[in-house]
Design a protein around this ligand. Structure first.
Ligand code: ADP
Ligand code: MG
Length: 279
């Protein structure tokens, strides 16, 4: 079976809210796909992620591997689905190894002993992210980028079939974001894992994803390969932003340039015009 996730007629309104944050969303994702979800602030990306994670009491249906997510126990779901949010903040300071060990709770239980297999999964998570040197560091002594790597190691140790990231690179600089996304691509391609990732940054989504879903006001308005959905007209309709779409000179992938006209640019242009006029 190709399908790992299927959402049908998925809707959600927050309590006391008069509008729907998700409106009849239909989405089908195959095993091994890397899907980027973009859309303006408030378009429903996080609400979609929380519905998939069975955190919200949605209307309609969300199935993972053919079973409604509401009908999984927490432990069962955590063996299949790993979620990385923008930030992870444990309620008290623990070291990085203890954070990554949390990823094994779905297998051991809260007070369960770490077995050989768990220790191996933890070791591999640290190694695959190349952060073994952080093992004994206290979580809150780490930089934002290092914390996010440790958080992802926890989810790698969980070994889910489906990894869902919600703006997981939002606070990271270009280098940390690049390393994190490359590790996630490798995690997917080596082990056939499925990844759904929401992005604030269209270009990160374009560089990362095999397929892009665009959301606006709780609806899916475009879905396809980056070449087909990242069109200047679509971006204008969705974001009300003027953009130029080009190919990356090295990778050949789609890039979106922001046609921002700063005052500085118009001054420069006026200056050039004046000079050319006076010569
Ligand atoms: P995105 O992640 O795309 O920025 P969200 O899914 O967070 O969007 O939000 C979708 C809509 O739901 C927005 O209009 C937002 O204001 C609203 N919303 C989000 N969280 C809540 C909440 N806890 N209570 C009420 N409304 C919310
Ligand atoms: Mg969000």
């Amino acid at each position: 079976m190709c399908e790992i996730l299927k959402a049908q007629h998925l809707s959600y309104s927050y309590p006391k809210s008069s509008f729907k944050a998700l409106k009849d969303v239909n989405l089908s994702i195959c095993e091994g796909e890397i899907v980027g979800i973009i859309g303006p602030n408030g378009s429903g990306k996080t609400t979609l992620v929380k519905s998939i994670a069975s955190i919200l009491q949605y209307e309609g249906s969300v199935k993972i591997l053919g079973k409604e997510v509401k009908n999984y126990t927490r432990k069962e779901l955590a063996r299949i689905l790993g979620v990385v949010a923008q930030e992870f903040s444990p309620s008290y300071d623990v070291n990085a190894t203890e954070v990554v060990e949390l990823g094994r709770i779905p297998y051991t239980g809260l007070l369960g002993q770490i077995a050989k297999e768990d220790a191996k999964a933890i070791e591999m998570a640290f190694e695959s992210l190349k952060i073994s040197h952080l093992k004994n560091r206290m979580f809150y002594s780490l930089s934002g980028g290092e914390r996010q790597m440790v958080y992802v190691a926890k989810v790698f140790a969980q070994n889910p079939k489906l990894l869902v990231l919600d703006e997981a690179t939002a606070h990271l600089d270009i280098g940390h974001a690049q390393r994190l996304l490359e590790k996630i691509i490798r995690f997917s391609k080596m082990d056939g894992k499925t990844v759904i990732a929401t992005f604030h940054d269209i270009n990160q989504a374009a560089a990362f994803s095999d397929r892009i879903v665009i959301m606006k006001e709780g609806n899916i308005v475009a879905d396809g390969v980056p070449e087909d959905v990242l069109k200047e007209e679509t971006l204008y309709k969705v974001y009300e932003a003027r953009c130029t779409v080009i190919r990356h000179p090295k990778t050949g992938r789609i890039r979106v340039l922001n046609d921002l006209e700063g005052e500085q640019n118009s001054y420069q242009r006026q200056d050039t015009l004046l000079r050319s006029g006076s010569s």
